[in-house]
Design a binder for this molecule. Structure first.
Ligand SMILES: [Zn+2]
Length: 475
């Protein structure tokens, strides 16, 4: 996400739901003990997010948007594999969407919705460990917009002509039933239907389009594993530009009519996206996904987000504007840092935002001539008494994951690491880290160990001062 200030929010999220009491396993013929999957993924910042007991492989999400009622009609099929003998399991699903049918492997399953976001599903029979199963949910309504007092607006966001789904960190469950934690990545298919005068957009590659009865349906395939916080769909009036980067990556950009962007600037947005992708691929290694691009939208959220393969830029306060080069560098830098390799826990988000901010510094050096060292010096000049130095970079606290300590101190930590290990090891690290963890997750501890291995240096002192301690470190 970009550092633009997030809108103030009014609605608090509900308190964490208590653990569900485990029922005794039914006495099956084979005496297997089936137990409930955990209602959370174990992330201390968001105890309700994600679930245990299974691993999602694929989401197939079909959404039909009706501009008259602002509602969606949806069918989502979740294909997963049990990681324990499951008596029941949870998906995350939040807000007023009403479920009309829910099946597991084609059989009606009983379900109830508890707490803020738990959809508790009990299949007809227990699911043995390793077994593949499919949950199909049919539902409809106007999805919820989340207004978190500390983290801003996410989830389904209505726009002038439609809506857009922006999930970081906890929005996905407002639109589809999901195992909503970055550690359970999956591939996605989107089938999006709307009146033919609207454009529909999603992550991944556009693989089909048909129009009948006044409705247009597009099909999108996101073939690379993706965290739910990075999934995106949009309905509205957009101009689309298709291109390809010089490095050969298909590049689809879209500009919201409500932004009043000229055709020339829409083309420039596409070209600059291509330029930055290729620049960053030169430093970070091969671009990790099957396509790239971006979407500018007037959504009133006041931030840009690194939605996978196709970042979204809300520049609603700047009519006619396209994203600046440094903003492109930030969100596209995330494609390697945050998207291809995602944090193990939300406490590790400096691994996203520190590198995305460092991507801006590298961009300035290449395209404006401002040395990276000058960017560091400007931030480091912040007085020791400033709030910037409060809190720990690698454990900022749930309400501070989008704060300056994560972004600016994260980038400063990376620059000090560079001066500690030298440019040769540093540039090797910039390529090797996202490449070796591509489509997976990693923790701060793993990053430090990885940097030590590459540089043959003990980095305890650096990590203690720059990641794990409060206060302004001496140089
Ligand atoms: Zn960011």
């Amino acid at each position: 996400m970009s550092r633009s200030p997030r809108a103030l929010a009014v609605v608090a999220l509900g308190a964490a739901a208590g653990l569900l009491v485990s029922a005794a396993a039914p006495a099956g013929a084979d005496a297997v003990r089936f137990t409930p999957g955990a209602p959370g993924a174990g992330d201390p910042y968001f105890p309700d997010m994600g679930n245990g007991g299974y691993d999602v492989a694929h989401y197939d999400i079909a959404l039909r948007y009706d501009p008259k009622t602002k509602a969606i009609q949806a069918v989502t099929t979740v294909t997963a594999r049990a990681t324990q003998d499951l008596s029941r399991f949870d998906l995350d699903f939040q807000g007023p969407l009403k479920i009309s049918s829910l099946t597991v492997d084609g059989h009606p399953a009983s379900y109830k919705r508890t707490g803020t976001q738990e959809l508790v599903i009990t299949p007809r029979k227990g699911l043995r460990e390793h077994r593949r199963f499919q949950v199909r949910a049919v539902y409809s309504g106007v999805p919820q917009t989340i207004n978190d007092p500390a983290l801003g607006v996410s989830g389904w966001i209505p726009t002038a002509d439609g809506g857009i789904m922006l999930n970081q960190p906890i929005g996905a469950a407002t639109v589809y039933p999901v195992n909503d934690h970055p550690t359970d990545k999956a591939t996605y298919s989107f089938t999006l239907t709307a009146p033919k005068d609207l454009t529909t957009l999603a992550n991944g590659d556009l693989t089909g389009r048909r129009t009948s009865g006044g409705l247009t349906t597009t099909r999108w395939e996101a073939r690379n594993p993706m965290a739910s916080e990075l999934a995106m769909v949009a309905f509205g009036k957009y101009d689309v530009v298709n291109g390809r980067t010089k490095g050969g990556v298909p590049n689809l950009t879209a500009t919201d009519h409500a932004m009043g962007i000229s055709a020339a600037d829409a083309k420039k947005f596409n070209e600059q996206t291509a330029q930055v992708v290729d620049f960053e691929a030169g430093i970070y290694g091969r671009y990790p996904f099957t396509s790239t691009g971006g979407v500018t939208v007037k959504a009133g959220v006041g931030y840009a987000l690194e939605t996978q393969g196709r970042p979204v830029y809300d520049l609603g306060r700047h009519p006619g504007a396209i994203p600046s080069g440094d903003l492109l560098a930030h969100e596209l830098g995330h494609q390697w840092f945050g998207d291809a390799v995602s944090p193990q826990r939300w406490a590790d988000i400096w691994l996203n935002e520190g590198f995305a901010t460092y991507s801006e510094w590298l961009y300035y050096e290449k395209f404006t001539g401002k040395p990276v060292q000058d960017s560091f010096n400007a931030d480091y000049a912040t007085p020791a008494s400033d709030d910037l130095w409060k809190g720990k970079v690698a454990d900022p606290g749930r309400d501070h994951i989008f704060d300056g300590l994560v972004y600016d101190r994260g980038a400063m930590a990376i620059h000090v690491l560079r001066t500690t290990i030298g440019d040769k090891a540093f540039y090797k690290l910039l390529k090797a880290w996202p490449t070796s963890h591509r489509y997976g997750n990693a923790s701060t501890k793993e990053f430090v160990a990885f940097a030590e291995k590459i540089s043959h240096k003990n980095l305890d002192d650096w990590a203690t001062k720059w990641l794990y301690s409060e206060g302004k470190p001496a140089l």
